[in-house]
Design a binder for this molecule. Structure first.
Ligand code: DHK
Length: 147
């Protein structure tokens, strides 16, 4: 890896439904709009952003494994897998790629089962509660981390 820094923006289950999914909680911005904004904001920051979404834990694990040696950072909204998955934090540990955990909603203001994350102990930091804006905040933070 040399030259421009590569960032993977990874979204997990049900985030393909953004725009129509419980907009009072998750906002009305679609995932396509979020991804386009991430690529555009990445260009401003000098980061090459690749966006992927999957509803399948194993597919997310595979992409995180593939990030080793190819991506400089990961912005991860793992959706509900945040609260349930051991395989995803294991993959993040194995990949050795710095990552920022992200949630659109303020998970701490919601049901108790959303208060625990298996990802947070490994994350560089956590951004939650700022809706779609969180992704550009995460990219700003990642640019600082990688500087
Ligand atoms: C998204 C989900 O799908 C939930 O399962 C999480 C997160 C919160 C979010 O706020 O982006 O609990």
């Amino acid at each position: 890896m040399s030259g421009q820094k590569n960032i993977l923006v990874l979204n997990g289950p049900n985030l393909n439904m953004l725009g129509t999914r419980e907009p009072t909680i998750y906002g009305s911005t679609t995932l396509a709009d979020i991804e386009a904004a991430c690529v555009a904001h990445g260009e401003v920051l000098g980061l090459a952003v690749t966006c992927r979404q999957s509803n399948h834990e194993g597919e997310l694990v595979t992409w995180i494994q593939q990030a080793r040696g190819t991506q400089n950072g990961i912005i991860l909204n793992a959706g509900a897998y945040t609260h349930t998955s051991i395989a995803i934090p294991d993959a993040l540990g194995a990949s050795e790629v710095p990552f920022i955990e992200l949630h659109l909603s303020n998970v701490f203001a919601r049901e108790e089962f959303r208060h625990h994350s298996w990802l947070s102990p490994l994350a560089k930091g956590v951004i939650c509660g700022f809706g779609a804006k969180g992704y550009s905040l995460a990219l700003d933070a990642m640019a600082d981390i990688l500087d």
